[in-house]
Design a protein around this ligand. Structure first.
Ligand code: ADP
Ligand code: ASP
Ligand code: MG
Length: 450
């Protein structure tokens, strides 16, 4: 048996139904995983969000309909596996918690951030409860135990996108997770969710299970973090956009981190930080095709191609902030960045000229924010929505002669808005209209990867 300590994470598609769950349990058993971190059953997080939205809109008919869909997804797995009464009771108790929370939101016509996190956390709490029983039937060498990640995943109280408190998490992992590291137990636990010091449930943001798994790997001092998903590794671009995308056997941490930050959904952007910090090796593979080679993320790779991969980040807005006050003066950038800081809005890329500065943000950050109004008191603000950030990721991309010419020649009729080059030797990115974004990736892939 491998003596390596392994944390294996399975995403929603690896939890889609009983067949997928059994397949994932077999993979984790074959790998002798010490901890198995799971996402909600495929589609359930979206359904829970829709439950909250309908309840807040006081639309009970749709609440019931969405609730039934959530119930059916879980009940059909229970039926197929001929679940014990005890498991059925546990699942029913969690579902009834969802209904009670939705009822509260319906009556108040309001959904607090706390209530929202408690509700959406149920996706992972449900899937892990069922999956523990599936694992019990498959693991032969270890005893499967359901583990409540909230005992160790201590976060701050920024509900919806809480920040894990790394040192606390590590301390708590060493206190409560020793048995799965050295003993004969495999812990099955939840990605995505955490808990504040006073025991309130939080969530880490959409797609956050990858990050949870990386933090647990760091916390228990694991050797390997495995991310099992629905594609057999990291590819040269999203295979949904370019079906000919090639799977990569290896990629560096820096390249993979750029890829994730600039939109590749395969990894949550923060996943690699704990892994790199703690020297945990990271593997990405498919739970559907576990024998495929998959991708290893490494500090150093055999090849260092100019363009290794490309990513697309949709739903971007471009804000152009101009004022003559910027001319030969100082302090203006400080003032505007202070506004972004006050609104806790993160900027993805930026360029400046003598009297203006252009920044890109996720569209969603503008939805409930008065930031445009506040910025408007300091300068002229122009907002362009419906854009996508296209990135090429590779090596020495910031000082390779004629690369820009090659990129833009291959794009012929596509109008490029902002260009960012120079800050990272791994990334060259620019903005295009969302409607042309996929075509842009197709063209670049053909030109640089073939
Ligand atoms: P999970 O539910 O397992 O977390 P996700 O849907 O979050 O899975 O991520 C896997 C998806 O990421 C793939 O199905 C694929 O469409 C998308 N993806 C985006 N960019 C890439 C890439 N460069 N390589 C592989 N997959 C990618
Ligand atoms: N279930 C959560 C989501 O859909 C977290 C995850 O899957 O990583 O966002
Ligand atoms: Mg994911």
């Amino acid at each position: 048996m491998s003596s390596k300590i392994i944390v294996a994470k399975f995403g929603g598609s690896s939890m889609a139904d009983l067949t997928a769950m059994k397949r994932s349990a077999t993979v984790s058993s074959d790998q002798h995983a010490n901890v198995v971190v799971v996402s909600a059953v495929y589609g359930v997080t979206n359904l829970l969000i829709s439950l909250a939205q309908n309840a807040t809109k006081h639309d009970w008919e749709n609440v019931e309909q969405v609730y039934n869909e959530i119930e059916n997804k879980h009940f059909s797995i229970l039926e197929e596996m001929k679940a014990s009464d005890e498991l059925q009771e546990s699942v029913k108790a969690l579902l009834s918690e969802a209904k009670t929370l939705a009822r509260g939101m319906f009556l108040l016509k309001e959904c607090s951030e706390k209530a929202y996190d408690s509700l959406v956390s149920l996706g992972e709490r449900l899937s892990s409860t069922i999956f523990t029983e599936v694992v019990k039937g498959i693991y032969t060498t270890k005893k499967a135990q359901w583990f409540d990640i909230r005992r160790v995943m201590r976060t701050n109280d920024e509900y919806g996108k809480a920040t894990p408190q790394i040192e606390e998490v590590e301390k708590l992992c060493n206190k409560y997770m020793i048995d799965c590291k050295y003993g004969d137990s495999v812990y099955v636990t939840q990605g995505f969710i955490g808990s504040t010091l006073d025991g309130m449930t939080t969530t880490l943001g959409r797609g956050g299970s990858d990050y949870s798994a990386a933090l647990i790997a760091e916390g228990i001092g694991a050797d390997i973090l495995q991310i099992w998903t629905d594609v057999a590794g990291i590819a040269t671009t999203d295979p949904r956009i370019v079906p000919q995308a090639k799977l990569l056997n290896e990629i560096t941490y820096s390249e993979a981190a750029e890829l994730a930050t600039f939109g590749a959904k395969i990894l949550h952007p923060t996943t690699l930080t704990p892994a790199l910090r703690s020297n945990v090796q990271v593997f990405v593979g498919s739970s559907y095709e576990p024998n495929e080679p998959g991708t290893w993320i490494k500090t150093k790779t055999e090849s260092t191609p100019l363009v290794r991969a490309m990513a697309l980040r949709k739903g971007q807005s471009l804000l152009t902030l101009s004022t003559p006050k910027m001319l030969h003066s100082h302090g203006f950038l400080f003032e505007i960045f202070k506004v972004f800081n006050d609104y806790k809005i993160s900027i993805d890329s930026i360029t400046t000229s003598e009297i203006s500065v252009a920044v890109t943000l996720d569209d969603s950050t503008l939805l409930n924010s008065k930031i445009i109004e506040t910025l408007g008191t300091l300068c002229d603000v122009k907002v362009e929505e419906g854009l996508s950030l296209v990135s090429l990721i590779g090596n020495d991309i910031n000082h390779t002669p004629k690369l820009a010419a090659k990129i833009f020649n291959s794009l012929d009729n596509i109008n490029v808005r902002m260009i960012c080059l120079g800050a990272s030797k791994h990334n060259f990115c620019f903005l295009v209209k969302e409607a042309q974004a996929n075509e842009c990736i197709e063209k670049l892939h053909k030109e640089f990867i073939g």
